[in-house]
Design a protein around this ligand. Structure first.
Ligand code: ZN
Length: 173
């Protein structure tokens, strides 16, 4: 049985905005979060919007895994990050995205894919899509082109499937 998507608590949901703080501005991840916020906001078709904050309360914090002993263990083969979400009675209250310090592939395209995929989880999506940014296991060719199947539609340009956008709209409306 598929896990249901999880809405954020009403106070956040009403704003259709997730305030995100970037604590992953290091090494190969430098500049990735800012770029991904722009691309994600464009591709998710206004279902929800991320907004980078440098002070005040953030809903989502992004870190590179390994800085603290409580961080999730992401091996050197990681093509995924981890999104941890804290749920209260009325929905998600907080989230953290952990990025792998040593992803298996470090082409910029792959880093963007990892980050935006976790942004979709942090926004509440659970089960993976069959294609696009939210797919499970991407094929990555030597030029950093990413696709769901060998001859499938390749990214970039990045996309979410219509179904993924609709699911996002559902939990944010
Ligand atoms: Zn995932």
């Amino acid at each position: 049985m598929a896990e249901p998507d999880i809405p954020w608590m009403p106070k956040v949901r009403e704003t259709k905005t997730l305030r995100i703080r970037n604590e992953a501005e290091q090494g190969l991840w430098t500049g990735v979060v800012a770029q991904c916020v722009t691309i994600f906001n464009d591709k998710i078709m206004k279902a929800v919007k991320y907004e980078i904050v440098t002070e005040g309360k953030a809903n989502v914090v992004v870190k590179v895994a390994g800085g603290s002993k409580d961080d999730p263990k992401l091996g050197a083969t990681a093509t995924h990050g981890v999104a941890r979400r804290w749920k209260g009675n009325r929905g998600i209250e907080e989230a953290e995205i952990y990025l792998p310090a040593q992803p298996w592939q470090n082409h910029t395209n792959v880093l963007y894919m990892i980050m935006m995929h976790e942004m979709a989880h942090a926004a509440g999506l659970e089960e993976h899509a069959s294609d696009g940014i939210f797919m499970t296991l991407p094929n990555i060719d030597q030029n950093g082109k990413i696709s769901a199947t060998k001859n499938g539609k390749s990214m970039p340009p990045y996309f979410f499937t219509n179904k993924t956008v609709m699911r996002m709209r559902t939990i944010w409306s």
